[in-house]
Ligand binder design. Structure first.
Ligand code: SPM
Length: 328
């Protein structure tokens, strides 16, 4: 497939900008024209109205439709291969480290000796790759709803999907919400929720009943880390998440963030919470990753280190005013 104009509209169930539908948001000049440059992929969605990050497309490698979403992979000219779900960039080969390493090591380096870890979503395998670096971990369960994401990642992103090769990993294809309801109370030391945005198949992963199930599945002093959107774009969503987590998790509740150049606004946040029990101070990692352990792994860390761990919890003033007072 040659690179032509690539515009994929996101199916949005929950409008947050008052537009009636995605098409209206695309009609930027009254003539039904979008601001797409031929041969470029532009990420246009009512979730980030008025802006669209673009990447030059060298070649479209895969386009498919699963039972849940549209799946696309293309070769970009500057960020390597790119995985798109329902028109939204999930990862690029160049900057995926900044997301996968942080969503995994922020929680796992915050508690001593994590042994049992659950990943919800994360079907590309990148979080598994990172969790596998921890030698204390004995069991890694993953529940991903969409088998096509797993297959496409194994085919096009071997350095990411390598996470599935660890013998400690058990993959279940299914609904993470339903899976968690069946998990015996207190099973996991850590639950990592690597979801897409709160539209389409991931919507329930941002709602209160889901966080209640996560808290139930954790042992006392266990930790959750979930994708928690951008302070530049989605303060309303973040405030909802913080309010819900504050009510449910009786230990610590903190927001951290990382830079991801190919995500809208160039950053994305994480909500880190712990259940009542041994105190977890997320800002100061008690379980640093051993350099030697990392060298044994598939590749050295590219982004995470103990300094950036603590720095990730420093918030700009406007965000501190909104969420800092509610978190701790
Ligand atoms: N393992 C990588 C999967 C990535 N999951 C999160 C993707 C989020 C994409 N949207 C970012 C929008 C930021 N507001």
């Amino acid at each position: 497939m040659d690179a032509e104009n690539v515009v994929v509209e996101s199916p949005v169930k929950k409008q947050r900008d008052g537009e009636e539908n995605g098409a209206k948001a695309l009609d930027v000049n009254g003539f039904g024209l979008s601001s797409v440059i031929p041969g470029w992929y532009s990420e246009i969605s009512p979730m980030w109205p008025g802006e669209a990050h673009s990447l030059k497309v060298e070649k479209i490698l895969f386009q498919g439709k699963s039972a849940y979403q549209n799946v696309m992979v293309f070769q970009s000219s500057t960020y390597g291969k790119v995985l798109i779900l329902d028109g939204v960039i999930q990862l690029t080969e160049r900057d995926e480290c900044a997301y996968q390493e942080m969503i995994s090591h922020l929680p796992l380096c915050s508690i001593p000796n994590p042994k049992k870890v659950l990943v919800i979503g994360g079907g590309d395998g990148g979080v598994l790759r990172e969790v596998s670096r921890h030698s204390s971990v004995e069991k890694i369960d993953i529940c991903e709803i969409d088998n096509m994401v797993v297959d496409v990642s194994k085919q096009f992103f071997p350095d990411v999907a390598v996470g599935f090769e660890d013998p400690r990993v058990t993959l279940r294809i299914g609904d993470g919400v339903a899976f968690l309801k069946e998990v015996p109370e207190g099973t996991y030391d850590a639950v990592i929720v690597d979801s897409s945005d709160p539209i389409g198949p991931a919507q329930e992963l941002f709602e209160k009943p889901f966080f209640e199930s996560v808290a139930r599945a954790l042992r006392p002093g266990g930790v959750m880390c979930t994708q928690a959107e951008s302070i530049w774009l989605h303060m309303d969503i973040i405030e909802d998440i913080v309010n819900n987590c504050r009510q449910i998790f009786k230990g610590s509740v903190n927001y951290a963030w990382t830079t991801v150049p190919t995500y809208p606004s160039g950053m994305i946040g994480f909500m880190l919470c712990s259940t009542a029990g041994p105190v977890v101070d997320f800002k100061y990692p008690v379980n640093p990753i051993d350099e030697k352990e990392c060298q044994k792994s598939v590749r050295p860390l590219k982004f995470y280190n103990s300094e950036i761990h603590s720095a990730a919890f420093c918030l700009p003033t406007f965000a501190k005013r909104k969420i800092g007072s509610k978190a701790n």
